[in-house]
Ligand binder design. Structure first.
Ligand code: NDP
Ligand code: MG
Length: 384
């Protein structure tokens, strides 16, 4: 029996992680969410963790009342979530919180010396140097949950990257707007963008897939996870989401990982690594899939990939700045306050308000986050 904790347990990755934990018979020792007290209570009654936490103080107090017939400790706020991240019985912690709010919990997992199964890519994007330095210092393995990075991790078979590795090729579904021109995208709404062809995911990442900012985040994530240069990470649009990513060696041999698009494969592998076990996921039937297609991304229409590439090339706080700007613009687009085609410029405008700094602390990232979000909101209010 293995002990695990799940941060962001009420979300898309979180609920699939609960499913994997139940099927594998794991003990879940801590659960967290933002404000969904109802689902967290259901999960707590089912899984009987030692601790649960909600970021929202009011909902946490409702949950405390609801769970008062149990021994489960109910915590609240950022500190409560970080206490769950460091829950003493857990060997591996899944961080499936959405957004850079996952950074402090990521660091809390690492600093408590536990394995980190990381879905929360924004924490690596915003604080890549802090996260990887802390992981090295504490001898912690970061096990990727993001399907592309799990694919690369599997292609590398857990070995660190070496000189013979020439390229990482991240596949991208292309999202709901693949093949569209800027003209065709000028009036698309959040409802249109939320119709992802292959994956059912949380709202924020689904919008990021439509703008392809998600692939930019994943490029930065790959740089930190595998220690490669941004120039050695290529993006390839693959509509069927069956080839989850590839690596190319210096002899031009290419290795890929394939499977049906179901996040329970990478979630389970992050939990069972280096072992493999049967999973509830359907077998891949390539004859049924019949055709696999590949295209170059259209970086002129989908400008967000290069916004992220430029940010990681610049380094320091630049990735944190574009990430925070995107989080805010993404939210405003979902609220119908921003047009789809204005997203890249607004991200750049917001990010340009941040101070540039090569070395940084968590406090610098928090300050960047605040400055950039305010800059985005004032740009939207001015309508410039
Ligand atoms: P969801 O929006 O479905 O779930 C997010 C979870 O985080 C919920 O439990 C939510 O609680 C909690 N949460 C939200 N905001 C905060 C906050 N400020 N502080 C603490 N907890 C918070 O997201 P997804 O599951 O889709 O994505 C989670 C992460 O995994 C993201 O980083 C995403 O990029 C990554 N990922 C997701 C994939 C997917 O298939 N969904 C694939 C690959 C990566 P509540 O329910 O109370 O709001
Ligand atoms: Mg992904």
């Amino acid at each position: 029996m293995k002990n695990i904790a799940i941060l962001g347990s009420t979300g898309s990755i979180g609920t699939q992680s609960v499913d994997v934990a139940l099927k594998r018979g794991y003990k879940v020792t801590a659960l967290t969410a933002y404000s969904n007290a109802k689902l967290l209570e259901e999960q707590a009654r089912l899984l009987k963790p030692y601790k649960v936490a909600l970021l929202d103080e009011k909902q946490a107090s409702c949950l405390k009342t609801a769970l008062k017939d149990t021994d489960i400790k109910v915590l609240s706020g950022e500190d409560g979530i970080c206490e769950c991240a460091a829950e003493e019985h857990a060997e591996t912690v899944i961080n499936s919180i959405v957004g850079m709010a996952g950074l402090k919990p990521t660091l809390a997992v690492i600093n408590s010396g536990k394995n980190l199964a990381l879905a929360n890519k924004e924490s690596l994007v915003a604080g890549g140097k802090l996260v990887t330095d802390a992981a090295n210092k504490n001898g912690v393995t970061i096990l990727p949950v993001d399907s592309e990075h799990s694919a690369i991790f599997q292609c590398l078979q857990g070995k660190p990257t070496n000189k013979a590795l020439k390229k990482i090729i991240l596949t991208a579904s292309g999202g709901p707007f693949f093949g569209k021109t800027a003209e065709q995208l000028k009036d698309v709404t959040a409802a249109d963008a939320l119709k992802h062809p292959n994956w059912s995911m949380g709202a924020k990442i689904t919008i990021d897939s439509a703008t392809m900012f998600n692939k930019g985040l994943e490029l930065i994530e790959a740089v930190w996870l595998f220690g490669v240069s941004p120039d050695d990470v290529d993006i390839l649009v693959h509509r069927e989401s069956i080839v989850h990513s590839l690596i190319e060696y210096s002899d031009n041999s290419v290795i890929a990982q394939l499977g049906v698009p179901d996040m329970r494969i990478p979630i389970q592998y992050a939990l069972t690594y280096p072992e493999r076990y049967p999973s509830p996921v359907k077998e891949l039937d390539l004859a049924e899939a019949a055709t696999l297609t590949f295209y170059k991304p259209d970086c002129d229409t989908f400008k967000c990939i290069n916004i992220c590439r430029d940010a990681i090339n610049k380094g320091g706080l630049a990735p944190a700045a574009v990430n925070s700007a995107n989080e805010e613009v993404n939210r405003l687009f979902r609220e119908g306050k921003v047009k789809f085609n204005d997203i890249p410029n607004l991200i750049l405008k917001g990010a340009s308000a941040a101070k540039s700094k090569n070395t940084y602390t968590v406090e610098d990232i928090d300050e960047t986050d605040k400055t950039v979000r305010e800059a985005v909101i004032s740009a939207v209010n001015r309508k410039d």
